[in-house]
Design a protein around this ligand. Structure first.
Ligand SMILES: Cc1cc2nc3c(=O)[nH]c(=O)nc-3n(C[C@H](O)[C@H](O)[C@H](O)COP(=O)(O)OP(=O)(O)OC[C@H]3O[C@@H](n4cnc5c(N)ncnc54)[C@H](O)[C@@H]3O)c2cc1C
Length: 316
């Protein structure tokens, strides 16, 4: 069994990393458990090169740059960071929580769950004839923006992620077409206005992807209308980004004795759960008015650490 800590943070995404810093600030002995081989969460693993515009103090920062800053901030304190460890269950007594993992048991009186969306599973089109182009021009995850230099790009999806990708590649691509199966795009209004004004971007509502053509690589696509009728003319593109959301992989927490709303953990205003000493913050936490943004998660985990500090001082 590992050495005891005051606080164990489960999940090393941006919110867990900022929680580690907040714990250090309060002189708490902290430990962070991360299931992957390196910390950074969605920013490191799903969009390292995508610009982020809505974190206070950073007019523009890429996913990886923000994680590097968070690591610099968090690791100034002497915390224990354990990667390759998946928390699988929680056993609680009045004094300690025992976190079961694939690599043994970790104990602490406080646990802060910042496990985000669990595993990173992009929602797929589930059309084998289209999915066979993955790695050959079709992307569910974008690691390198230079892949789109001078290319004709199709972005599938109408939400913030799709709009972010369209904006991220617009200045380097030959042309970007963004399609959405509904009659209006769901992304932030400012993103929509910028995309509408961009000379190399076309926004096409009421369209979805019918088929992809190309021998070895994507060469063109056929779109279909809202009734499923294919368009007569194919659209020449050589890159397709599918950004239709992520499937939450947080089922693991269903057996932890924590009330859930869907796959998310319900928390009070101080980010506490129904288990004394157990808190949640970031994408995995939910409450009335919740917004899934990095900026909101930073505030939540700062609140959780403050509440945990008070809890540690006053527990019997
Ligand atoms: C394409 C895309 C673009 C986005 N753009 C923006 C943007 O511009 N601005 C913005 O504010 N937000 C954006 N978001 C959302 C933002 O990324 C999330 O809100 C943020 O990552 C949440 O951070 P988190 O630390 O709560 O969770 P995550 O980033 O999901 O990190 C959770 C970590 O916990 C680990 N973990 C999970 N389960 C366990 C377990 N059982 N044991 C141990 N470790 C575990 C995971 O491996 C992961 O590293 C975007 C999301 C996507 C997908």
């Amino acid at each position: 069994m590992a050495e005891a800590a005051d606080v164990t943070i489960i999940g090393g995404g941006p919110i867990g990393l900022f929680g580690l810093y907040c714990a250090g600030l309060n002189c708490l002995k902290a430990r962070l458990l991360e299931r992957l081989d390196r910390v950074g969460g969605q920013l490191e693993h799903l969009y390292p090169e995508k610009p982020i515009y809505d974190v206070g103090g950073f007019p523009r920062v890429t996913g990886r740059e923000l994680i590097d800053r968070l690591k610099q901030q968090a690791f100034q304190y002497d915390a224990e960071v354990v990667t390759g460890v998946t928390a699988t269950n929680l056993e609680s007594t009045s004094q300690q929580h025992r976190i079961h993992t694939n690599r043994g048991i970790f104990e602490s009186p406080v646990v802060i769950i910042t496990a985000g969306i669990g595993e990173f599973i992009p929602r797929r089109l589930n059309n084998p004839a289209i999915d066979r182009y993955e790695g050959r021009g079709l992307y569910y995850v974008v690691n390198r923006l230079s892949d789109f230099d001078g290319r004709r790009v199709l972005v599938v999806g109408g939400g913030d992620s799709a709009a972010d990708w369209a904006m991220a590649v617009a200045d380097r691509a030959e042309h970007v077409t963004m399609i959405h199966r509904r009659d209006s795009f769901q992304c932030h209004l400012d993103s929509l206005r910028k995309l509408e004004a961009h000379p190399r971007v076309s926004l096409v509502p009421n369209r979805s992807l019918n088929s992809v053509q190309g021998d070895n690589e994507v060469r063109s696509v056929v779109l279909q209308d809202a009734t499923g009728t294919p368009m007569a003319e194919p659209l020449a593109v050589d890159r397709v980004i599918v950004a239709i959301g992520l499937i939450p992989g947080t089922q693991i927490f269903q057996t932890w004795g924590l009330p859930l709303h869907g796959t998310e953990i319900r928390v009070a205003t101080d980010m506490s759960t129904v288990l004394p000493g157990v808190y949640a913050a970031g994408d995995i936490a939910t409450y009335a008015g919740k917004v899934k943004l990095i900026a909101a998660g930073f505030g939540e985990v700062a609140t959780a650490v403050e509440a945990a500090n008070t809890y540690l001082k006053h527990r019997g």
